[in-house]
Ligand binder design. Structure first.
Ligand SMILES: C[S@@+](CC[C@H](N)C(=O)[O-])C[C@H]1O[C@@H](n2cnc3c(N)ncnc32)[C@H](O)[C@@H]1O
Length: 272
């Protein structure tokens, strides 16, 4: 997915640490990394203004994967809080994002909702205690992460035993990439598990790589859904978003085993 946020800023320096800490890694230091700059609200006002279909698909996947009720939920990289109304069943909701502009917009939007707290912070160093959340949600952020394994370890740290992660990532092994590769119109293979960086700080990832990193962080994948299956400008311009989403609904779960679409959602659980 290309989003209107090309510039990056280095995160504050931290001591070097392994790229993918395992569950037994006690180091709390994050690897060096950059954070994309969402300095203005074009992501809300331009990008999402034209993506009703994708918004519906994201919500469908979240409703299918996220336990509907719980005590504490954090969305990491929540932006301006697009998806916050999906968390109505949680007693306390934290929206965390690195962007000052998006955090300010979310604070403004939810200032009268005592259930929702908005925090500025870095996914690599979550400002929360161990085991303090029932659920972590992370949507459309993994494609910006140079070291997703380190962030997954943070998710596992802040989840309580038995807690659930709902995670979206951009899928390298999608049908369009497979066809282009087969026709000789793309020089990289969608089948190899290393990430494909299609723009600076924008990575498509192979589903097996994501599964391996989650497993290494102590998070066991329980369910997978293939999402935004009809994300084609030709369809988007001609077919109403509601129709496309209705068509996609019954396909997301069964196609989770082959993930032909550009976006993949997983539910992963921390061992209880
Ligand atoms: C494409 S937007 C997605 C926003 C929201 N999840 C949604 O789906 O509407 C990516 C968001 O991730 C945030 N982000 C990227 N890297 C981050 C990091 N290391 N820590 C916290 N937020 C980060 C950006 O600031 C941006 O708001």
């Amino acid at each position: 997915m290309t989003t209107p946020e090309p510039t990056t800023v280095p995160a504050p320096p931290t001591p070097a640490a392994p790229d993918v800490p395992g569950p037994s890694d006690t180091s709390s230091a994050a690897p060096d990394h950059e954070i994309p700059r969402y300095d203005d609200m074009r992501y809300r006002d331009v990008f999402w203004a034209a993506r009703d279909y994708e918004d519906r698909c994201d919500r469908m996947a979240i409703r299918a994967l996220l336990p509907p009720t719980g005590e504490r939920l954090v969305e990491v990289g929540a932006g301006y809080g697009r998806l916050a109304d999906e968390y109505r069943g949680y007693r306390e909701v934290v929206l965390l994002d690195a962007s000052e502009a998006h955090v300010a917009a979310a604070r403004e939007q939810f200032r009268d909702d005592p259930r929702i707290r908005v925090e500025q912070g870095d996914a690599y160093a979550l400002p929360f205690e161990d085991g303090s959340f029932d659920a972590v949600v992370c949507v459309r952020v993994v494609h910006h992460l140079e070291h997703p394994g380190a962030v997954f370890a943070e998710f596992a740290r802040v989840l309580r035993p038995g807690g659930v992660l709902v995670l979206e990532f951009a899928n390298k092994r999608n049908l369009k990439a497979i066809l282009k590769h087969a026709l000789g119109r793309q020089d990289w293979s969608p089948f190899t598990t290393e990430p494909h960086e299609y723009l600076p700080l924008h990575f498509d990832r192979h589903p097996l790589e994501v599964r391996r990193l989650l497993h290494r962080a102590g998070l066991r994948v329980e369910a997978v859904r293939a999402v935004s299956l009809f994300r084609l400008p030709m369809l988007r311009d001609r077919v109403p978003a509601g129709w496309l989403a209705a068509l996609e609904g019954p396909l997301q779960a069964p196609l989770g085993s082959v993930t032909p679409g550009p976006s993949v959602y997983v539910r992963a659980r921390k061992a209880g």
